[in-house]
Design a protein. Structure first.
Ligand code: PLP
Length: 502
């Protein structure tokens, strides 16, 4: 290789090779950015969701591409075959599951993080300080002590698993990590509400403790864990020789947004020397709103909290987080038992221990902190709190409209931002109403106007509107009800006719 060429790009490089190629790439890149900004700006003009045509689905079953292709062609495919067929959570009419709406600022931060390509497992670089900044802000928001540790994870499913593993270490000591749970003579039992997210049971499975050892405590009329039943169950289990080690409270159930009595659970957990973990997947960030924060009283007493920045705080997927009051316990659960983090360098690139990899199962980790940092810096905590309040105000508006409409029935009290209801014209049976409402939900989703989901409430099939998107307005709530009533009327007539003909 000549000296002249040795300054040039490597033949193996994936980057454009010449200034002219860079210029063309840059132009294409700007076009791609503009397309996504256009998507966000004009999102209302699109259907929320549309069924995927077979041809589009099948176009993703091609053989491994061996030869290079044009970036512009891949982007065209994205625009034609990917962008129109996403689930629609960016759209203001999306009211399906507990999904965040994302934001333009978060999108840009994702691009910057992609360019930087930082690996946040460890070592001494400023991206890790950005993650630690978020840990400090979370401590401040939740009134946790300075000794509390935190780490980004994919989502609350993993964050709840981390909380469960910390609770396991607390009761069984670090030996459980080498000897395994089978070596212990203690039979550990955990407690959560019957309305808790299924990942709480999964955490018992993955931690080797077993789902059977999770007691699902029934809920009261407000959807909160019944604390009399909890206390009675703890007594029975203790008498039978079990060791209660973990109580998981929920701050915002997925079905109806109910918040457990966290203060009372904290006290019960303390009496039994059990770890008090809160699944606050979406609800915990209601702390951003001074109006809603009092509803989360007791969160500050938790031993650990799992939550997601990607839900109510609108950070693009994924950005889950766990905070653990006792940072030492957290380290004891994940760092090497030889505490190698204490022996790492104090200077050079390998300084700055403990690292994020000492607080969770991941070694290679992306820069989730950056999009979270941008979201907080650009919008500010107050504005994000107002977004959360706005969702709750929309839920109240929806509730009022349901109560004021004779053909509609509210199926659970509106605690935060989730509303469950059904279409129930006079004189129809429960069985008929279940089938009818099932059809209404599908018709609404296929219409592309609004996209609610469904759940079961008090034994009834319920239409569930989960209001998380910052773009949603009363216009979308009206569209939901008008379309639900229109489809309900139409489907009730045709379903009744089907029945007569059958
Ligand atoms: C969304 C959610 C989860 C799961 O969180 P992921 O981020 O999807 O892993 C757990 N619990 C509750 C209450 C949730 O809303």
């Amino acid at each position: 290789m000549s000296n002249k060429n040795s300054n040039n790009a490597s033949a193996a490089s994936l980057d454009p090779a010449t200034p002219a190629e860079w210029a063309a790439f840059r132009q294409q890149a700007h076009g791609m950015l503009d397309d996504m900004l256009g998507y966000l700006q004009d999102i209302r003009e699109r259907p929320v969701w549309q069924p995927i045509p077979d041809a589009v689905r099948n176009s993703f079953r091609e053989p491994l591409p061996r030869a290079p292709g044009e970036l512009s062609e891949a982007h065209d495919t994205f625009m034609d075959s990917i962008l129109p067929y996403s689930i629609g959570n960016v759209h203001p009419g999306f009211m399906g599951w507990v999904h965040g709406g994302g934001s333009a600022v978060g999108m840009l931060a994702e691009m910057l993080a992609g360019g930087l390509n930082a690996n946040l497992g460890g070592r001494d670089h400023i991206p890790i300080e950005v993650e630690r900044q978020i840990v400090r802000w979370v401590r401040e928001l939740f009134s946790f002590p300075e000794t509390a540790s935190g780490v980004f994870v994919t989502g609350s499913s993993t964050a709840n698993l981390i909380g469960t593993l910390c609770a396991r270490t607390r009761k069984l000591g670090t030996d459980v990590r080498t000897a395994g749970v089978a070596a212990s003579t203690q039979r550990l039992t955990a407690y959560t509400s019957a309305r808790a997210h299924s990942c709480v049971a999964q955490a018992m499975d993955l931690s080797g403790l077993g789902k059977d050892m999770l007691r699902m405590i029934p809920t009261d009329a407000q959807g909160r864990m019944d604390l009399n039943v909890l206390t009675a169950q703890l007594k029975v289990d203790s008498e039978r020789g079990f060791t209660p080690f973990l109580i998981v409270g929920t701050a915002g159930t997925v079905d109806a947004g109910a918040i457990d009595d966290l203060t009372a659970i904290a006290q019960i957990a303390r009496q039994h020397d059990a770890h008090f973990h809160v699944d606050g997947a979406f609800g915990a960030l209601a702390m951003l709103s001074p109006v809603l924060a009092p509803r989360l009283k007791g969160l500050e007493l938790a031993d650990s909290v799992a939550f997601d920045f990607h839900k109510w705080m609108q950070v693009p997927y994924d950005a889950g987080f766990v905070i653990v009051r006792d940072g030492e316990l957290h380290l004891d659960t994940f760092a090497t038992q030889q505490k190698t983090y204490l022996k790492r360098d104090v200077r050079g690139m390998a300084a700055g221990s403990p690292w994020p990899c000492d607080f969770g199962p991941d070694l290679s980790r992306g820069f989730r902190a950056l999009k979270t940092w941008f979201t907080l810096k650009v919008y500010g905590a107050d504005k994000l709190g107002q977004v959360i309040e706005h969702s709750c105000a929309l839920a109240q508006y929806l509730q009022e409209r349901i109560v004021g409409t004779p053909e509609l029935q509210l199926l659970s009290p509106v605690a935060l931002n989730i509303v469950c209801f059904r279409y129930l014209p006079a004189g129809v049976s429960d069985e008929f109403a279940d089938r009818l409402n099932q059809e209404i939900v599908i018709a609404l989703q296929e219409s592309g106007i609004v996209a609610p989901s469904s759940t079961t409430m008090g034994g009834h099939f319920a239409i569930r509107a989960a209001l998380f998107n910052h773009r949603t307005t009363t216009q979308d709530i009206d569209a939901l009800l008008n379309a639900a009533l229109a489809f309900g009327k139409e489907l009730a007539a045709s379903t009744a006719t089907d029945k007569e003909q059958a």
